[in-house]
Design a protein around this ligand. Sequence first.
Ligand code: MLT
Length: 417
Amino acid sequence: MLVIDPILPVVCVNDNYLKLKAGYLFPEIARRVQLFTQANPQADLIRLGIGDVTEPLPEACRVAMKVAIDEMGTEAGFRGYGPEQGYSWLREVIAKNDFQARGCDVSPEEIFVSDGSKCDSTNILDILGDQNRIAVTDPVYPVYVDSNVMAGHTGDASESGQYQGLVYLPISAANDFVAQLPSKPVDLIYLCFPNNPTGAVATFDQLSRWVEYAKEKKALILFDAAYEAFIQDESLPHSIYEIDGARDCAIELRSFSKNAGFTGTRCAFTVIPKTLTGRSLDDRQINIWDLWNRRQSTKFNGVSYIVQRGAEAIYSLEGKSQIRNLVDFYMENASIIRTNLSDSGLTVYGGENAPYVWIKTPEGISSWSFFDFLLNKANVVGTPGSGFGASGEGYFRLSAFNSRDNVELAMKRIRAL
Ligand code: MLT
């Protein structure tokens, strides 16, 4: 007979959450920084930790949003619920500019506008089965791992922080931070290029190998291209759909957060090709676009009209040039960080086609010790590499998202150490 403890509530929690290691990385950093500032209220902190943009919204977006607000104030221009998938005019400019212009076969109906790539990368698990064998790189953007833990797709974490049941693909300088193909069978693979946290990029050849692998094994790639706008090298692919066959094995996540400064405004999109299929438990071939469309229609009411008009303006002539300036600005910051740290004798990676610089910590110094060292001695906040996975131990990430003055001052302080 079930005996209910009268002291305990009867409602059950999702026990999978109890497997999560400590806090999510960025709140944990915020907690430590708060302790530091309480103890050192005079400290002038420079935050190069979380990849959050600092520069004002592009004028083209602001103007478009103001016009949209005024429209909403009129009988004729007012809009209630929009399409859950996004307005067709936004999906059309995205398909044309981001994909068709690069030779990718992506139609507007395959674009689902959303409020963020982080949300999409976790929500997608709603439509995927619990039996999938999942591969992530190590280090990795922690959201991919934590969302699978929350969904019950893993066992407990080991001492090093790796969860049972996930297939970890180590990335390091030895493989140019591009994972080798898995030696064990996997069904779902998370790839992120330009990479967060390492700033690495994948060439056509490297991505083609992944697409071939996924097609052969009938696996699905979740390709996070949130940082594609930062690619400087013209020989590199921006989208996985530049690779033949990717329509049959890949979903792509894109965001306006970093290129257009929308981290607080919220707009992103996910591409689900209509040709993509998965398998049901009773071995039927199921269309993934249909499932995602069903999911979004049930659980999401779309991004606001005003924000979508702002996003549309990114693709106007002025918008494109303003976004180019923003990206160039942050990439100049990345270059300043790279040069200064290299000149200080540190080994640095990334920062050439991505807004993140991945730094090898000096011999024998752990990632969190280096975090504390920079926080205490230079009042600079970065992100410990070990927060991105066991193989990130001994590395440290600095983000290029800050003002020029702050980046220069941070480098001056680090060089003086
Ligand atoms: C990061 O710092 O890794 C980013 O802010 C992640 C994100 O965009 O969620």
